[in-house]
Write a protein that binds this ligand. Structure first.
Ligand code: BDR
Ligand code: CA
Length: 310
């Protein structure tokens, strides 16, 4: 199986992504590294463990990482995810402990300890942990097989400002480091995640699994939908982060372009904008595979089938 580390700020959609990974034998999850984002770090580190226990994986190592962006004050999104970050269903407080090691140390040691080119990073939140690891230990950068991340927007614009998507907006300096790192990147922007909508029928399919995990996924999606459906006027809300894991399992369901992406860090108006050269109007070298489309029915079929295994 392919070795991955999921860097995350759960978040209901992060939680679904983690469940998808843990239900998939093609992937070996080495650990979860938590970052501040949707809610503050103590809550993301708690929520990650709640999800591990729900998946029957109290053995999975979970690490707490950076509590704030590199150079900015933390911005959170309780208005989307609820005060716990994982509102929608009451689950038991986790009994499993956090690992006594900082997430950045775990990232560095894992990348040094595993053969070069064998570990894929899957960031689902602000890129603070990843950028900190790259800055502190530049030797790990060429050892990273690939980074498949959720963040940014191309034609779709932003979801936290007109120009910026939440994960990149929260820590644009960190994103800038990652996008300039030279590591092969795959980016799931809002353009694709806004096509992965939790319609009624898709949510009912999770519930109809009749399992605790299926019930949790349906309850979580019901919860954050209330915000996004009103905002976008769509049937269902975008299920952002699971697109990252689904891409590892079925890249054939996605399509995109290998192009140049730069991060805006200077402007107050467009802070965290991903400037994507989709039409290749510059000669700046391509640094990311930017995904633009997904077979949404096949994506939800895969997700439902895998959640059903838990
Ligand atoms: C991203 O921001 C968070 O709210 C979600 O978990 C997702 O990672 C979408 O903009
Ligand atoms: Ca997230």
């Amino acid at each position: 199986p392919r070795k991955i580390i999921i860097d995350t700020d759960p978040g209901q959609d992060d939680a679904v992504a983690i469940l998808l990974a843990l239900a998939s034998p093609e992937l070996e999850v080495l650990g979860l590294t938590c970052v501040a984002g949707n809610v503050a770090l103590p809550l993301t580190a708690r929520n990650a463990r709640v999800v591990c226990e729900l998946a029957g994986r109290p053995d999975l190592p979970v690490f707490a990482g950076c509590a704030a962006p590199l150079r900015r004050d933390l911005v959170t999104a309780e208005y989307v995810h609820g005060n716990s970050g994982l509102d929608g269903i009451v689950l038991p407080e986790p009994a499993m402990a956090l690992q006594p090691v900082h997430a950045v140390e775990f990232l560095i040691e894992s990348l040094r300890g595993q053969p070069a080119g064998t570990v894929t990073l899957c960031p689902l939140g602000p890129l603070t942990n990843i950028a900190t690891a790259m800055t502190r230990a530049p030797d790990i950068v060429p050892r990273i097989a690939e980074i498949v991340l959720m963040g940014g927007g191309c034609f779709e614009g932003g979801n936290v400002t007109p120009a910026a998507e939440f994960n990149i907006y929260v820590d644009p300096e960190a994103a800038d480091i990652v996008f300039k790192s030279g590591v092969p990147l795959v980016m799931m922007p809002l353009d694709v995640t806004h096509k992965a909508l939790t319609t009624r029928a898709r949510v009912e399919a999770f519930r109809a699994l009749g399992t605790q995990a299926g019930h949790a996924v349906a309850s979580w999606t019901d919860f954050f939908e209330r915000f996004d459906m009103a905002k976008y006027g769509s049937d269902g809300a975008p299920l952002h982060d699971p697109c990252v894991i689904a891409y590892l399992l079925r890249p054939d369901l996605f399509s995109g372009r290998h192009v140049n992406v730069e991060i805006e860090t200077l402007s107050a108006l467009t802070r965290g904008m991903t400037v994507i050269d989709w039409w290749r109007v510059t000669d700046r070298p391509a640094n990311a595979m930017v995904i633009g489309d997904v077979d949404a029915d096949a994506f939800f079929a895969l997700l439902t089938q895998r959640i059903g295994r838990l």
